[in-house]
Design a protein around this ligand. Structure first.
Ligand code: KMH
Ligand code: ZN
Length: 279
């Protein structure tokens, strides 16, 4: 089945610093989390940033500074979230690409998100996709629902392949409002992926993290882990460092006879601009 790509999503936009003081919200904390995660076996980092009050922000200069710092301190594929928080305006989410990350998330449809709505109208998806190609940023397609799989098929048929020519997907499962974090849902989503998909990972939110990880490994997929998605290692056992979740993913991967992929191999898998020598 080959090597295992482990993506770490250290922060997210939903958990507050007050609720979880160990959440990496400052640049220094984020860089430390990324470095520790790389040492533990991660090859890509999915990044949400916070402002000085630890609130989610898409402030362009701060995003650019973050990309520079992560590139200086790690070899990880640096993926900026274009999803941001449910409150971020679409226009600000398009500006994320100006920070010149290796990769960006690109969610393939609107979804209920707990009590909120995570808006991704079709024209926005197409604009973001075209912009990612212009700016030589490799998109990671975030699929929260089976309908998002169909939307990805539509996008590829309408717009062609992304920058780099690889189609990498992440199944985000168990969000209240999206597809459940179950093996059955994962199998259905993977079976429906368009033929152009070259690699896929999965993550399960909260208590679905382990069932989704086991199902993803059983189906030959890659893993995303991190405090964006889960804050406990077991009932009543809080995550103290993102690298603990990466270490657990490495252990699961080794049981499945899959060694963690290096950052260089992840750059090659996704054919990032840095891999091509274009950045
Ligand atoms: N925070 C969610 C509303 C992404 O990063 O692109 C969106 C999200 C997906 O986390
Ligand atoms: Zn995210």
């Amino acid at each position: 089945m080959g090597e295992l790509l482990i993506t770490v999503a250290p922060t997210g936009a939903e958990t507050t610093k007050e609720a979880c003081p160990q959440l990496p919200t400052t640049l220094a904390e984020l860089v430390t989390a990324a470095r520790e995660s790389q040492e533990a076996g991660a090859a890509m980092v999915h990044v949400h940033i916070r402002d000085d009050a630890h609130r989610p922000t898409l402030e362009p200069a701060r995003l650019a500074e973050t990309v520079v710092a992560l590139r200086a301190e790690t070899d990880l594929v640096v993926q900026l979230s274009t999803g941001g928080s449910v409150h971020d305006p679409l226009a600000e989410r398009l500006h994320v690409l100006e920070a010149a990350p290796d990769s960006c998330s690109l969610t393939m449809g609107t979804t209920n998100f707990g009590d909120d709505v995570f808006a991704n109208p079709w024209p926005f998806i197409v604009d973001l996709y075209q912009l990612s190609r212009e700016r030589q940023v490799v998109p990671e397609f975030e699929l929260f629902d089976l309908g998002h799989v169909a939307a990805l098929t539509r996008l590829l048929a309408q717009e062609g392949l992304p920058y780099g020519g690889r189609v990498h997907v992440d199944l985000v499962m168990g969000v209240p409002g999206g597809m459940p974090g179950t093996a059955d849902a994962l199998v259905a989503a993977v079976a429906a992926l368009p033929a152009e998909v070259t690699s896929w990972s999965a993550t399960g939110i909260g208590r679905s993290t382990l069932p989704v990880a086991f199902a993803a490994l059983a189906k030959g997929g890659h893993l995303r882990v991190g405090m964006e998605d889960v804050l406990t290692l077991a009932r009543g056992v809080p995550v103290e460092r993102n690298s603990q979740l990466v270490e657990r993913a490495v252990t699961l991967g080794r049981l499945a006879q899959r060694e963690p992929m290096s950052p260089a191999a992840a750059h090659a898998l996704l054919n990032t601009a840095r891999h091509q020598g274009a950045a």
